[in-house]
Design a protein around this ligand. Structure first.
Ligand SMILES: [Zn+2]
Ligand SMILES: [Zn+2]
Length: 148
């Protein structure tokens, strides 16, 4: 049999064996694209899970409790900038995407304002561990000064 009969063209124009679907180069590209699609799909599903969590009764109740317990005070502004700013949300010190089990843990909650919350997440991008330590030490300080 003529050897050329055992060959065919890949989508890129390269000659490949008939039993192969693509050349190695195209195969890698296709595999990469498949992975990207999957990653996007997984991320969307995750985001959906978090989005739903922030609407649950349990979360809304816990957030209200956190705000009441810390006297509606943005503790970051209070200790870092010496300012009295009203807290209206609660930040997960260990984020729910890092530990889903701590989502309703009281000791993982940090009361703050919207703008502080944004700042904390920006700071996390630079030094997550360091900022987490700082937030935990602030909670400790507040409890020592006002809750004991
Ligand atoms: Zn190819
Ligand atoms: Zn947060």
């Amino acid at each position: 049999m003529c050897v050329i009969a055992l060959m065919k063209l890949c989508r890129c124009g390269k000659v490949i064996e008939r039993k192969m679907k693509y050349c190695m180069k195209c195969l890698l590209v296709i595999e990469q694209q498949r992975k990207e699609r999957h990653k996007y799909y997984d991320k969307t599903r995750q985001d959906d899970k978090y989005w739903k969590f922030y609407k649950t009764k349990e979360w809304i109740k816990l957030r209200a409790y956190v705000l009441a317990y810390y006297d509606q005070l943005d503790l970051y502004e209070y200790y870092v900038n010496n300012r009295i700013v009203e807290a209206n949300t609660s930040h997960h010190i260990i984020e729910i995407k890092d530990n889903w089990r701590l989502r309703l843990e009281f000791s993982n909650q940090f009361p703050c304002s919207e703008s502080t919350h944004n700042r904390i997440h920006k700071l996390y991008e630079k030094d997550k561990k360091g900022i987490q330590k700082l937030l935990l030490s602030i909670l400790e300080k507040y409890k020592e000064e006002y809750k004991s």
